[in-house]
Design a protein around this ligand. Structure first.
Ligand code: HEM
Length: 545
């Protein structure tokens, strides 16, 4: 792997080392909300949700994206990563930032939730930590783009390999979308906690954060989609249906993921209906690359299944190599993506969203799509890379299959009843519920069922870490050092300039952000009307400085 093994391994272990504890927090939160364990300690509950949400929101996916990005960079470009020293610096910043953010929170000093909506104010180190994680990941963005640029100079007319093209689209998407939260932190939150300012603009902060809030979920999914396009066809003994369609899908994610963020704040009074309508409209557009992806991957799988002897309308499905973790994970992921996608169409519909906004339906939805469809592919990526990274065969492919199946079953048992209690009106972010109240009592068995699912997920998480760790203890073997990515049915010899670079798409993205955010932002920037005093976490009253 062009001597990038240690760099890639460290990023994945930074993600997985805290994975099981983070899942434990999730299970605690679920049980704390169930009739089984009436934990009436909001501070403990919200500290747990903040740590769980911050880890899964900012740290876990970032380390995975950075690690897989470097693996794609080295293997797809077949070159040693340029700027490895900077890559290590970025890694160190992200690790230190993660600790700086999580420790005060786990000590109960910063239970703001991972969205840290103002006027709630937490511990200074939580915010400084988040900034360090973001800046560390921006170093990764710079290293990826530098490697892309050098490769393109050396290979003037050649198409950039899809794995690298897609990973760079993900890196750029993260840079642009993380600007929202970074501007909020640097212009409002950090000056306030350092005592340089005395008031906070909660409305402006929410709009800035919404710039990150939706783009970030596509940043979470990009590594999984890169695996869909570049690893799944290969593992199915097939080829990718269309390289061009793959490029177009990642470009659409880059361009449309950010100017849609306000669909997360449809209920907010500080934004007018017009901009909300625009964001709803663009949210429909950002569903297109997912449809393209589902079509491309199913077509690639069909080719593989038929090459393996599958006959008839659906015979190719049974002929696929389901014993291979990548194929099994892909199949289970597409089922969860389908179910979660339907939920997403409901959430993006302005009228319907009013029914589910701020209920447990929303939490169930993103656990199904993110925790389920996306994270299960992170596992498959790890199982694919580990032998190349360690030079040792995976400890157990059988254990990997069990782990994937348990993850899927666990997510189903947890999130399906969770959706239902949301429709029954259960609000999200409540530390406890009184199931003695007859109006709420019917929700109790569903939360109990979801808790059972949580324990299944926990077992699955432990199996993952055991399998990866035990692989390091295996004897070395003669293994192919380089990760091979799928070829397309018709490999591109030449691609149009716009499908081989990002300058045009970055410009289009900026124009769309100005169009969709210009009015609400300028309203709040130039007509000052939303300043509020802060509410310090752990405080009992509003504090005016
Ligand atoms: C990879 C898997 C997971 C991911 C990515 C994930 C992600 C998240 C995120 C981002 C939040 C923050 C939501 C907020 O601030 O409102 C959250 C909250 C929560 N998670 Fe998870 N989670 C995962 C696994 C689990 C598991 C296994 C359980 C337990 C069954 C769980 C239960 C919860 C609960 C109960 C909340 C708080 C809900 C509320 O109070 O509204 N999570 N999760």
């Amino acid at each position: 792997m062009y001597r990038s093994q240690r760099l890639v391994l460290c990023h994945f272990w930074a993600a997985f080392v805290a994975f099981v504890p983070a899942i434990c927090l999730g299970v605690f939160q679920m049980v704390a909300r169930s009739p089984w364990l009436e934990v009436r300690d909001p501070k403990m509950y919200y500290s747990s949700v903040t740590a769980h949400g911050s880890f899964f929101g900012y740290m876990f996916p970032t380390f995975v994206a950075m690690g897989f990005g470097y693996a794609a960079c080295a293997n797809a470009l077949a070159q040693r990563i340029i700027g490895q020293r900077f890559a290590w610096l970025g890694f160190a910043m992200a690790v230190i930032g993660s600790l700086a953010a999580l420790i005060p929170d786990l000590l109960g000093k910063s239970a703001t939730l991972y969205t840290f909506y103002l006027p709630l104010i937490g511990n200074t180190w939580y915010y400084v930590g988040l900034i360090l994680v973001i800046f560390g990941s921006w170093v990764w963005v710079a290293v990826m783009l530098a490697n892309l640029t050098v490769w393109k100079i050396r290979h003037r007319t050649a198409p950039v390999p899809l794995a690298m093209f897609a990973s760079c689209a993900g890196a750029l998407l993260w840079f642009w979308t993380s600007l929202g939260v970074t501007i909020e932190l640097l212009s409002s939150v950090i000056p306030y906690v350092l005592g340089w300012t005395t008031t906070l603009d909660a409305g402006l902060a929410r709009i800035l954060f919404s710039m990150t809030l939706h783009g970030i979920v596509y940043f979470w999914l990009i590594p999984s989609y890169v695996a869909f396009y570049t690893l799944v066809p290969k593992e199915a003994d097939s080829r990718l249906y269309s390289d061009t369609m793959g490029r177009i899908a990642f470009i659409l994610f880059l361009v449309f993921s950010m100017p849609v963020g306000m669909h997360h704040i449809f209920g907010d009074p500080e934004v007018a209906g017009g901009p909300k309508f625009m964001h709803a409209l663009f949210t429909a557009l950002v569903a297109v690359p997912t449809f393209l992806t589902v079509f491309s991957i199913c077509a690639s799988l069909e080719i593989g299944g038929r090459l393996r002897g599958g006959k008839g309308l659906f015979g190719w499905i049974g002929a696929l190599p389901w014993d291979r973790p990548m194929i099994l994970a892909c199949g289970l992921s597409l089922i969860m993506l389908g179910l979660g996608g339907v939920g997403g169409l409901i959430n993006m519909s302005y009228g319907l969203d009013a029914t589910v906004h701020n209920t447990q339906w929303v939490t169930a939805h993103f656990h199904l799509i993110y925790g389920g469809a996306i994270v299960i592919m992170y596992f498959a990526i790890a199982y694919e890379l580990w032998p190349h990274l360690t030079g040792k065969p995976l400890f157990s492919v059988q254990l990997a299959r069990w782990q994937l199946w348990l993850w899927f079953i666990g997510l189903m048992v947890t999130t399906l009843p969770w959706h239902i209690v949301g429709l029954m009106g259960q609000p999200r972010r409540m530390a406890f519920y009184d199931y003695h109240n007859p109006a709420i009592a019917p929700q109790a068995p569903l939360v109990e069922l979801a808790s059972v699912g949580g324990f299944i997920i926990l077992v699955s998480a432990v199996l993952l870490v055991i399998n990866l760790f035990a692989t390091h203890l295996q004897p070395r073997a003669e293994l192919e050092p380089r990760v091979r990515f799928a070829l397309a049915v018709n490999p591109s010899v030449r691609v149009p300039k716009v499908l081989n670079g990002f300058a045009f798409w970055n410009a289009l993205l900026l124009i769309l952000v100005v169009v969709n955010y210009g009015l609400p932002l300028s309203q709040l920037l130039f007509f000052k009307q939303h300043t509020t005093p802060a509410f310090q976490i752990g405080g009992t009253e509003y504090k005016d400085k």
